[in-house]
Ligand binder design. Structure first.
Ligand code: SF4
Length: 143
């Protein structure tokens, strides 16, 4: 939590579903409820990748979503972080051999933080975002 308090600006987060079953989405929504209240640290979801510091990606990457994921990643300003939420995005998980799958997220765009779980708990998702904050601080020479 120390790194959150010392972060010099709010952290805006964009969520992208590259082929999730929506289980991870339910946990992301849980993570932004008043029980966890990440907005008190300046962490909030935004509707445009052009405003985001961090992108949360859920699910493996389907063929249909691959070009969209590349485009959305390119729209984010630098420096930027990508956090993969759930084992589908890190390994393909049960969908690995699907005919419709390109593969895990890191076969399409660079990934900075992996949050394991199927789905991960809200605490795990927020911990992944905190790790992204720390990496962003290092990139900005503040750590
Ligand atoms: S990790 Fe689990 S909950 Fe998340 S998209 Fe994959 S199957 Fe669904």
């Amino acid at each position: 939590m120390k790194s959150l308090r010392s972060f010099k600006k709010s952290l805006w987060v964009y969520h992208f579903n590259s082929g999730s079953c929506n289980g991870c989405e339910i946990e992301i929504v849980a993570a932004i409820t008043p029980r966890y209240d990440p907005e008190r640290f300046g962490i909030r979801l935004v509707g445009s990748p052009r405003h985001a510091d961090v992108m949360l990606v859920t699910g493996p990457v389907t063929r249909k979503m691959e070009p969209r994921l590349r485009r959305v990643y390119a729209q984010m300003p630098d420096p930027k972080m990508v956090v993969v939420v759930g084992v589908c995005g890190s390994s393909g998980s049960p969908f690995y051999e699907s005919y419709n799958l390109v593969g895990p997220v890191d076969q399409v765009i660079p990934v900075d933080v992996y949050v394991p779980g199927c789905p991960p708990r809200p605490e795990g998702i927020l911990y992944g975002v905190v790790k992204a904050v720390e990496k962003l601080e290092q990139l900005e020479g503040k750590a």
